[in-house]
Design a protein around this ligand. Structure first.
Ligand code: NAP
Length: 522
């Protein structure tokens, strides 16, 4: 049984030199964030060691490794925002900081001996389906390999989107995206522009406001805000959680049920939205004294249409005398200033772009080329599709996790990832049991699934709430989101429905890839 990268590389008696293609694995996993961690755990539990993780960074952690901006935290409660197989009784706060989540991921990775099976610093740059051998040919930054199956966990909020603003490249001060924070730039005493008012900006602004000389927050669209009930988890509570692990399960179950039972209703039912809008407005009245500022911060779309901003620090920070909220659109950036459409020049020393991510147009769209040679992006067109949020017609043996059609806006993305992985593991089991070299979802099944999702999503606030958001694709469809409950997605991904797939038996492949190294997936 191969137990390390070195052993995988030399298992055919060949040392895989950089650039060679001697490495073949049953499963290549892209990314070592929560998907990578959960996938490695699932494969190990199933008794297979025939896999390799490709990670573009120098370490594990995904978005929680790359997002290190001041104030970073998670707005999903800690016990729910954890892997089911790695409960953590030692969470320090009810809502964890980004650093604590990254530490947790690193601990899980150590427990899984992830480093033994990971190529760090190797970004996947090209992936092509080889129909003759029924496997994927993968090219990373400096190497090549083949894999029968690819599990893409490259993430949905992983590729920063910089704003296309006239002249921004001429700016002479510090300029960076929230997800690529430049810690070498000391913002203390500086005049700082923050562009954007989404979930990242509302954490950054309160964290840096006390140090900066002046901050201008450039707001294009205000968000709905609900206060966050964050507090320390006491030593006594942690002791109890360690002693009685069932307590942690109960807390997690309650947090899951609340989100499924209550918050999901907000997405589907206008009356619930009116209620939460009233709560949000009352909170704003209690926190923001200046009526002019209140007017600027009042959204003109329904709550839930964009991700609800869960924070108790944002409004108090905007009240501070060194902060201005500018709602006139940005016209251009000059060497030392941001200029708004009214001609006013706002002199700044640094610009932080908290401007979001490429969600429905991810880099994976250009990287993966399917059975007919077309890329994912070409196959998708304006509206990406993923059957059960996992597979795409024309892309055999490719499982993309936690991406198209799985976002919830209210729920733990980790739970969604774990549901999808159950489906993938069952697909591997079925492929093994039936001697299949390849499985590819049929166009028909994919289309029917898309129609079913459309029927579920068309009356949700994401579709009719009167806003634009990263949930929407280029055609205006909220294809990034899953419109049901977390439980429903779990049910829909409980087992692999092979009847929705075109299958290729190993016997029909002229030169099949080597048989799995470490036995079948059980
Ligand atoms: P985002 O929600 O996409 O927000 C981007 C912000 O930038 C929006 O306010 C947007 O305005 C603004 N913007 C974009 N381009 C602009 C331009 N050219 N000029 C002016 N403003 C511009 O991105 P994000 O805040 O990074 O959050 C993305 C997602 O990450 C969240 O929805 C959430 O799922 C996740 N996240 C989660 C947490 C957490 O606590 N779990 C924390 C941070 C992020 P418009 O609204 O007008 O487009």
């Amino acid at each position: 049984m191969a137990t390390s990268v070195a052993e995988i590389e030399s298992r055919n008696g060949l040392e895989a030199a950089a650039g060679g293609e001697d490495v073949h694995v049953r499963v290549a996993i892209v990314g070592s964030g929560f998907t990578g961690l959960a996938m490695v755990h699932a494969l190990r539990k199933a008794g297979t060691e025939d896999f390799l993780v490709l990670e573009r960074s120098a370490g594990v952690g995904g978005v929680w490794r790359s997002n290190t901006y001041p104030g970073i935290a998670c707005d999903v409660p800690s016990h729910l925002y954890s892997l089911s197989f790695a409960p953590n009784p030692d969470w320090e706060r009810t809502f964890s900081s980004g650093g604590q989540i990254w530490d947790y991921e690193e601990q899980v990775a150590r427990d899984l001996r992830m480093a033994e099976r990971t190529w760090f610093g190797e970004a996947l740059v090209d992936a092509r389906w080889d129909a003759a051998r029924a496997h994927w040919r993968l090219r990373t930054t400096t190497r090549q390999l083949t894999a029968q199956f690819v599990v893409d966990g490259s993430g949905v909020l992983a590729e920063p989107k910089l704003p296309a603003i006239e002249g921004i490249e001429r700016f002479k001060g510090a300029l960076f995206h929230s997800a690529r924070w430049n810690h070498d730039e000391d913002l203390a005493g500086k005049r700082v522009a923050v562009i954007g008012t989404g979930a990242s900006a509302i954490q950054i602004v309160p964290a840096i406001q006390p140090q900066v000389a002046h901050m201008t927050v450039f707001q294009r669209t205000p968000g709905w805000v609900i206060p966050r009930n964050d507090r320390d988890i006491t030593d006594a509570e942690r002791r109890a959680l360690r002693r009685f692990p069932v307590l942690q399960k109960l807390i997690r179950g309650w947090q899951w049920a609340y989100r499924d039972a209550v918050l999901l209703q907000v997405m589907h039912r206008p009356a619930w939205r009116r209620f939460f809008e009233a709560v949000s407005k009352a909170y704003m009245r209690a926190t923001i004294d200046d009526p002019a500022l209140r007017a600027k911060l009042t959204p003109d779309f329904e709550i839930g249409c964009k991700r609800i901003l869960i924070t108790s620090a944002w409004y108090p920070a905007l009240n501070q005398p060194n902060v201005d909220v500018e709602t006139t659109p940005i016209a251009e950036v000059r060497e030392h200033a941001v200029v708004t459409a009214d001609g006013v020049e706002h002199p700044v020393d640094a610009i932080v772009c908290a401007t979001g991510f490429h969600v429905t147009d991810p880099p994976a769209g250009e990287i993966f080329h399917g059975r007919d040679g077309r890329s994912l992006a070409e196959t998708w067109g304006a509206s990406p599709r993923a059957y059960r949020g996992v597979t795409t017609a024309n892309f055999p043996n490719l499982f993309r996790i936690g991406s198209i059609g799985t976002g919830t806006g209210h729920f733990s993305h980790i739970a969604q990832i774990e549901s999808a992985i159950t489906y993938v593991m069952d697909a591997l089991r079925v492929a093994d049991a039936r001697g299949l070299a390849a499985v590819e979802v049929s166009e028909d099944a994919q289309e029917q699934y898309a129609r079913r999702l459309h029927a579920m999503v068309k009356d949700t606030v994401w579709a009719i709430g009167g806003c634009s958001s990263w949930y929407l694709d280029a055609s205006g469809e909220p294809s990034a989101v899953w419109p049901g409950s977390g439980w429903m997605y779990r049910r829909w991904t409980r087992s692999f429905d092979v009847e929705a797939y075109a299958v290729t038996p190993r016997a029909l492949v002229a030169a099949p890839a080597p048989a799995p190294m470490a036995g079948s997936v059980r």
